[in-house]
Ligand binder design. Structure first.
Ligand code: IVH
Length: 673
């Protein structure tokens, strides 16, 4: 059927609109229209193309669906080899790199283009007359696998370049990766389907791209960032600097990193490294370092290559977050609530900048799911300050003597039965406070800063006090005297006196702190505060039944049940009576009443920036004492944002939403009424 000119024009317009919005969405993460509106335009184009098949072009946004599966990938020879970078690990290596560059160029001070080192897999995209004609993996750098059909399904990769005068030939190089959030979602789906999870986003990206069936690739959300150019022919290509080339690629609507910069000298390089390292966890994708490139192309050429790597660029790597080691044993530790947590004892391994010997295995199901056996070679991950964990097993290295872990039927510390209720992932020791491990944890929690705040009552001391049976319940803490304490190991007269003084001053508590200190399961600090505010007195709380407990904000049936159960326990009531008899007290109803009718009653505050007159915790306490509430993020429901020095994005959000912003002085005035 002949296509009327007006229809052809409309189809062209639709394609351009869709390409533009797809670019905003996938490359810039800054959509201007709703998903529904996009879908509507997309369907309109699909319908036109169905009616007039002659309208379909390979570059149409409708043509991203995966085509039929392949038997094997064809190989592609890279016209310009895809080389690798030399690595720098220490500052010294970076100084050496800069020195060699300066010597090679006989320059004093060099401008460098700096960008993240994406942790994905390198690909080459060939555009002929602006249309994507071939995509390939890096392979060994000289030949790669032809994965055009798969790369066409990656929405961040344009099928057509945007410029009216796209060059005749342009080979774009960059990295295919999976955003952290898409990786989490993919693994969640895999888990639900009972299929194998991916170890990390890079493996997930590689597994998704190297699929013989492009329809599978099409279901995976892959991202792409360009970082360079291979062969190129034609007009318009910047020939001066790398940063100029990146800006040009951005104009062609290729995704390039927002984190790219130009800096000067080694000082600039190291500042950039530290800045990105500090923000690493917050970036939407994994990176394993940063890359420094001499910005000027003529200078790059002058420096040239040594063997397979350029002299003009280097990758400054972060300490690896994953390492391989041997899981030598699995032990079980007992937490405050009796939870039995299997802990991997590892052959010491350097990962994430420290030597790691233990890693959490979470619970029994997790061990089954990951098929972890004692003796296995495992991949350990330590990211930022997060507790190290075992992410996967290297099955090929499983030794013959590897054995399964069996959750003990008894608590390894006190010998009480371990029990696992149906709705829980963890097994628990049923010994309660009879179990020394739980007792120790309960005492440490009781004394912790945000609970009763007894400075100096740390874990070494609690170990001794419990092991020597000096202290059994929290109330026993208030029986300690200088003589008893001074007899303990590593305790001098002076520290014993300090501790007794700290114990004494902890007696002046608040109801909220006291409730939190009791260590009732599922009752964290926020719930403890809500309970104190709601009931006003401990007696009222202790007498409350499940339904009146559920009247408290954020208290559901599970929390209500654990509170009621705690106070129903005779032993717990005795300890509370004992604590009061020892002089622990709080201003109960008065404070609660004041808070309920306080100046800030019903008002929600958000704190941002640094306050000079008080810490954030103090500010929070004072707001709450007047009946206000402090939350972590700004929304339309926020009444006030208190902004100290260097406020963060919450400040901008508040301005955007028109929320009242208080500076420190205004806030101080409000506090003093
Ligand atoms: S430039 C001559 N820039 O790192 C080599 N590579 O060892 C030019 N990579 O497999 C490479 N992010 O895929 C360059 N911003 C970046 C990069 C980057 C990641 C990868 C690349 C290659 C490896 C180089």
């Amino acid at each position: 059927m002949a296509v009327p000119e007006s229809v052809a024009r409309h189809a062209r317009k639709l394609r351009e609109t869709l390409e533009y919005h797809s670019y905003l969405y996938y490359a810039l993460d800054r959509p201007e229209i709703s998903d529904a509106e996009y879908d509507r335009l997309f369907r309109e184009l699909q319908e036109l193309e169905a009616k007039y098949p002659a309208l379909v072009t390979p570059g149409s946004p409708t043509q991203r669906v995966g085509s039929a599966p392949l038997k094997e990938f064809a190989t592609v020879a890279h016209q310009v080899p895809m080389l690798s970078l030399n690595n720098a690990f220490e500052e010294e290596d970076v100084r050496g790199f800069d020195r060699r560059v300066r010597e090679g160029l006989e320059a004093e001070d060099v401008a460098y283009a700096v960008e993240p080192k994406f942790d994905g897999l390198a690909v080459s995209l060939v555009y002929r007359d602006g249309a994507l004609s071939q995509g390939a993996t890096r392979g060994d750098g000289y030949t790669g696998e032809e994965v055009t059909a798969n790369l066409r399904t990656v929405k961040a990769i344009p099928l057509r370049l945007a410029a009216a005068h796209a060059p005749e030939l342009l080979e774009v190089r960059g990295e295919v990766l999976m955003l952290k959030k898409d990786f989490e979602a993919l693994n969640r789906e895999q888990r639900e389907k009972g299929e194998k999870e991916f170890v990390n986003p890079r493996n997930a990206a590689a597994g998704s791209l190297r699929q013989l069936d492009p329809r599978i690739t099409a279901t995976r959300r892959l991202a792409f960032f360009a970082y360079g150019v291979g062969v190129a022919r034609g007009e318009g290509l910047p020939r001066d600097t790398h940063s100029g080339l990146m800006d040009y690629l951005e104009k062609l609507r290729l995704p390039v990193s927002r984190e790219r910069q130009v800096v000067r000298g080694v000082k600039g390089l190291l500042e950039y490294y530290r800045d990105i390292q500090a923000r690493r966890e917050k970036l939407p994708y994994d990176i394993d370092g940063v890359v420094y490139k001499v910005n000027d192309f003529a200078a790059q050429e002058q420096l040239g290559f040594v063997s397979r790597a350029p002299r003009f660029a280097v990758a400054h790597k972060f300490p690896a977050e994953e390492a391989t080691t041997v899981l030598e044993d699995i032990e079980v530790s007992v937490g405050r609530t009796g939870a039995l947590t299997p802990v991997a004892r590892l052959r010491p391994v350097f990962v994430g900048g420290v030597t790691v010997t233990n890693a959490t295995l979470h619970n029994e199901d997790e061990i089954r799911r990951k098929d972890i056996m004692i003796g296995d070679t495992v991949i350990v991950r330590r990211a930022g300050d997060v507790i190290p964990e075992v992410v996967a097993v290297v099955k090929e290295h499983r030794p013959k003597h590897a054995r399964h872990f069996v959750m003990p039927a008894k608590c390894p510390v006190c010998g009480s039965a371990a029990a696992r209720s149906e709705d829980e992932a963890v097994a628990r020791c049923t010994g309660g406070l009879y179990c020394p491990a739980q007792r120790k944890q309960a005492l440490l929690h009781f004394a912790s800063r945000r609970a009763m705040d007894i400075e100096g009552l740390g874990d070494k001391l609690v170990d001794q006090l419990v092991d020597n049976q000096v202290v059994t319940t929290p109330a026993d803490i208030y029986r300690l005297d200088v003589d008893t304490l001074a007899d303990l190991e590593r305790m001098g007269e002076k520290s014993a006196q300090n501790l007794v003084a700290a114990i004494e001053s902890s007696k002046e508590a608040t109801l909220a702190r006291f409730i939190y200190a009791l260590g009732i399961r599922n009752v964290g600090e926020a719930t403890a505060k809500d309970l104190a505010r709601h009931f006003g007195t401990l007696d009222a709380l202790m007498e409350a039944d499940a339904s009146s407990l559920e009247e408290v904000r954020d208290v559901g049936p599970v929390v209500a049940k654990s509170i009621a159960r705690f106070f129903a326990e005779r032993h717990n009531r005795e300890v509370i009576r004992d604590l009061r008899a020892r002089g622990v007290r709080w201003a109960e109803d008065k404070a609660a009443r004041r808070a309920r009718q306080g100046a800030f009653a019903g008002k929600t505050f958000v704190l941002t920036g640094t306050l000079s007159a008080m810490t954030r915790d103090e500010a929070k306490d004072r707001i709450e004492a007047l009946g206000g509430k402090v939350t972590g993020s700004v929304s339309k429901k926020t009444d006030y944002v208190v902004a100290g020095a260097d406020p963060g994005s919450k400040y901008d959000k508040a301005r955007e939403l028109g929320v009242t912003i208080l500076d420190e002085e205004q806030f101080a005035n409000m506090l003093s009424g």
